[in-house]
Write a protein that binds this ligand. Sequence first.
Ligand code: UDX
Length: 443
Amino acid sequence: MALKITVIGTGYLGATHAAAMAELGFEVLGLDVVPEKIELLSSGRVPMYEPGLEDLLAKHVAGIEGSTGRLRFTTSWEEVGAFGDVHFVCVNTPQKHGEYACDMSYVDAAFASLAAVVREGALVVGKSTVPVGSAERLAGLLPEGVDLAWNPEFLREGFAVQDTLRPDRIVVGVQDFGARAEKTLREVYAVPVGQGSPFVVTDFPTAELVKTAANSFLATKISFINAMAEVCEAAGGDVAKLAEAIGHDDRIGAKFLRAGVGFGGGCLPKDIRAFMARAGELGVDQALTFLREIDSINMRRRGQMVEMAREVLGGNSFLGRRVAVLGATFKPDSDDVRDSPALNVAGQIHLQGGQVTVYDPKGMENARRLFPTLGYAETALDAVRGADVVLHLTEWREFRELDPAELAAVASSPVILDGRNALDSELWRAAGWTYRAMGRPRA
Ligand code: UDX
């Protein structure tokens, strides 16, 4: 009999995981405590923009014409307990207010509810990003005869479907004598493993740490190149060339070396902070002091972008100056504006009296909700109309494909600051723009 799978928490991670499990051929039941989410998902839709996800849902959600019917959603814990052989816990662990540590209340609540209904012999699999040590504690909440495994998730927004169906590695943490849990998860992931995804089995703490270590490394890479950008600015060097040149060393690698306004989103910033907080509790805070510097280099970038804008506007106040901001999301191909450097810069300039107009291909609704007082335009052209300076802060393809000449004709002053080092500087300069980027010569 094929395993029956439940997915608890249907946010980014859970909704994608549920759809992917159905795609792999399993019967899947997704649970969320928010009834509106369940209603939306049951009609094959998601409350966020993620390429390919709605198509995958429509292919499998029961009740949709032509679907396999393998995927259903519910708010009932009893139903989840009775249904599942394997329960994936995918609830979020946001940063606590006023603290670095992450908020475990959703994970704790999910385990408490699940413990009351789970069948003997079932396997619970944690996917949420948690502080090291959590899995061991949570295992103690489950009834006798129910195993726990920890299986961190590495999906990137914008690539969630592809990262879930063809993960670049599957990491499974099991407790002593975890052979049964490992066997079940090998069955769950038989297809991607068959296609070559490495399957790494380890203990609980290592599995938990793999996730935070990976995110810390990525954050470090970005802040490293941004620190080099600061030095390049002072010394007259070109950070884009520098990144290209060091990236040819395959011990370093070319990816994640794009200097600019830095990282944001719902993961990297909060994960490195939660990691520092946990290291403090473990008495090894010194081991992670460098992450404080990574965080601070990253946050400094936003202020530096604001200062660069001020400088090209004459070095004084933003009062009465018109600033166009291209991009609101923390990265392209997503509508996520959580801790977005783009919106943070837009907000800072607005608070200093600038007339800011933002345009983003997918993030407008979320941006408006978070920063209702900023100006918004329906197109990039409209945002740029009458602008004294244009800030390119999220590297959407749409912005690379803009016609600089068309924009120059409507801007009040053709000055563009590329906060992502992603536009073709020659093209913009040829169309009459003053083009400046972070960490690069002024030309
Ligand atoms: C990240 C991890 O990549 C993923 O493995 C983990 O599961 C969750 O956190 P995500 O938050 O979707 O994924 O975004 P990612 O693609 O990693 O980008 C993070 C931020 O770094 C974005 O704001 C991006 O613009 C920025 N970035 C990325 C840079 O500034 N420079 C780069 O070279 C790369």
